[in-house]
Structures are given as C-alpha cells and as structure tokens.
Ligand binder design. Structure first.
Ligand code: PLP
Ligand code: COI
Length: 347
C-alpha cells in the first residue's frame, strides 16, 4: 500500500507497514552506538533469544503529528526516553542513552514523513522496542540487545474517537503485583491482559479495569491507559505505587488541570469513589483521553453524564489536543519539533 491509498479519515489503531525501521545493537555490559535506518522488513532472530524465551523486552509508544502550524511535533519524547531507561534497568538490559533514543525517533519520523497523517486526521505512532536478542539457555540477561523502532499511521485507539466507552471491573484478574514489573512497559505485562480483554469485549465492553492485587479494592488502570475520575470538581487519579504505569499523558494532565486551578489528588481510588464520581476517563498516548460512559462491577452499573462527555473531561481533552496540535499555547514547553531535514543514517 502507498500513502496515497490511505483513507486518512478511516484510520484505526492498526499496523500499516511504512518505509523504514531503525536498528541498533549492543552487547551486555557494552555501550550503545547510534544505529542504522533500514527498509522495513522481517528480522532474523535466534530461537534461544532471551526475549523469545523469557520475555526480556520493553516497548514505548509515542506519536508524531502534523500541527496546525505546519510543524511535525513529538510530545515530551525525553519522558519516553527516561521511562525506556527505567524499564531497561528493571529487566537487566543496557539502557539506551537519551540522545541516541531521541535521534533515532526523529530519524524514523523524518524517513517515514509521507506516512504522517494530515493535520487533525491521525498521528504517526512510533513504537521503540528493546529486546534481549542474544541466545541464552539459563534464566539470565541475554548476551546482546537490539533496539528497533518502527512507525505506523494511526487513528483512534478506542472506536469512535471522543465517544464514551463502557468498561468492566475485573474481580478475577490483575495486571500487576507489588514488586513486579507493572511500573515499566515490560512486554510481558500485556499478554496476560488479552484473555480478560477479549472476554470483556464479547460482553460489549471496550476494556477491563484492573484493581490492585493486594486488597482488590482500588482502581489501578484501564488495560493500557491510566484512570481519572472527577467528583465535585476535584480530580482523582490512582497514585503511583509501582504497580501502575507512570503514564506521560497522566502526568501531563495533572499539570494541565492544576494550572487551570483544579485540585488534583493522587491517592488510592476505591471502586466506591470511582463509581460515585461525576465524570471518568482514561488516558494514554494511544487512547489520548477516552471518556468513560459506564463502569460495571458485578451487578452494579454506573453511568456517567448520561453517556456524554463531561465538562472537565472535555476541557482537559481540548487543552491536551490543542497543545499537541499547536493550537493552544505550549506553556509547559512540551512540544518537540522534528527537523525533517536531519541526516538519516541509512544502512
Ligand atoms: N498504562 C499502561 C499499562 C500503558 O501501556 C500505557 C501506554 O503507554 C499507559 C498507561 C499510558 O501511558 P502514556 O500516557 O505514557 O502513553
Ligand atoms: C500507548 O498508549 O502508547 C500504548 O502503549 C498502549 C498500547 C497500544 C499498548
């Protein structure tokens, strides 16, 4: 497929192969050197690779967008670089230096420029992954690592964009436990959520809400997005306890809301608080802000705002998307303009 054949208005959150990918490698205990840009294609991998056998891998998710100013912009890429480093540390992998990470992301955006959707009609989703690709038999860090970055044009993560989603609280399954890997984007965190998510979808829900694994009382996350609720004009979001992914969208919305004068409380959010709130939404790079129309827990269903977008949810959405598309002033200095003429290090 060529970009000319894409119907930008029908984009979903799915994979379209683009032109180029980025690859760098490093040995355990070694130092990362800048990698190369190659045509997008299949990789060869040893069956004994650490990532294939023991899940030694992490990923990131970022978006490049064409702004209303005509720039191609990234949102806080240094935060993704730092989270990627924390994840690498947690999984015993050599962390990629921030400068190499950001330069690689920029090269991927510039090289795949023609796949960036027109302003306001989607984004180029950027997927950096770090895998233990060296062969290893014992359960130990792989001897070598591959940083790979690929990109794909995407539309909304949940069907319908800014339309309300119905969610189901799981009493049976958990995403993460204290001391585990829930606080980093370990690839192994995601497969265990697939079966619960499929079952929820079969029942008509968009996703599962996971509770804490110790007391089963507190909301942690919505699949692959962070949770917020609003009650009496106070904004609540689960505090970071190590089991919740520290979302960059989450942190940014806390800053935006406080800047607007809202009280934002990071605390344990009980199901009672969540289900007595006036508004609720989940957020993330892929999900942006997805307003929640209802939450079901056992026999109880809570409907928010008659399944319409709440006022504060809308206000936060407009500001976040406005900053992202350079139609709202970037008071926080978050937007990172990509130089599309930068040198691309082709293999
Ligand atoms: N929670 C989980 C489990 C995720 O995978 C993501 C996606 O990255 C998020 C939350 C949202 O994080 P961010 O806002 O940095 O994309
Ligand atoms: C993101 O929001 O970027 C994610 O990584 C979510 C999901 C697609 C795993």
């Amino acid at each position: 497929m060529s970009e000319a054949e894409i119907d930008w208005d029908s984009l979903t959150f799915s994979l379209t192969q683009t032109d180029f990918m980025y690859i760098a490698t490093c040995n355990l205990g070694g130092v990362w050197e800048p990698g190369k840009v190659l045509p997008y294609g299949k990789l060869e991998i040893d069956p004994a690779a650490g990532v294939l056998n023991y899940g030694q891998g992490i990923f990131e998710g970022m978006k490049a967008q064409r702004s209303a100013e005509g720039n191609v912009v990234l949102f806080r890429p240094e935060e993704n670089a730092r989270r990627f480093q924390r994840g690498a540390d947690r999984l015993g992998m050599p962390p990629v230096p921030e400068s190499i990470f950001i330069d690689a992301v920029e090269q991927m955006v510039a090289a795949n420029n023609r796949w960036i959707p027109p302003t306001g009609r989607g984004a180029l989703y950027i997927r950096p992954v770090l895998w233990g690709t060296g062969a290893i038999m014992g359960v130990a860090p792989a001897p070598s690592y591959t940083l790979c970055i690929f990109v794909t044009p995407v539309g909304p993560y949940f069907k319908g964009g800014l339309s309300c989603i119905d969610l189901l609280i799981s009493d049976e399954f958990h995403r993460a436990a204290p001391g585990g890997s829930g606080g980093v984007k370990a690839i192994g965190n995601y497969a265990p959520g697939m079966m619960p998510s499929i079952n929820a979808k079969k029942q008509g829900y968009a996703e599962v809400i996971y509770l804490d694994a110790e007391e089963h009382l507190y909301v942690e996350e919505v699949g692959a997005a962070n949770f917020f609720c609003i009650k009496d004009n106070v904004i609540y979001t689960p505090e970071l306890t190590g089991t919740i992914l520290p979302g960059i969208t989450r942190a940014s919305l806390i800053d935006i809301a406080r800047h607007k004068g809202y009280e934002v409380i990071e605390q344990k959010v009980s199901t009672e608080l969540a289900m007595s709130a006036d508004e609720a939404f989940c957020c993330g790079t892929a999900a942006v802000i997805s307003p929640i129309g209802s939450i079901t827990h056992g026999e109880t269903e809570k409907v928010y705002q008659n399944r319409t977008v709440g006022k504060i949810t809308r206000e936060l959405y407009d500001t976040l998307v406005g900053i992202n598309t350079e139609t709202v002033e970037d008071t926080f200095g978050w937007m990172h303009k990509v130089n599309l003429d930068l040198t691309i290090n082709h293999a």
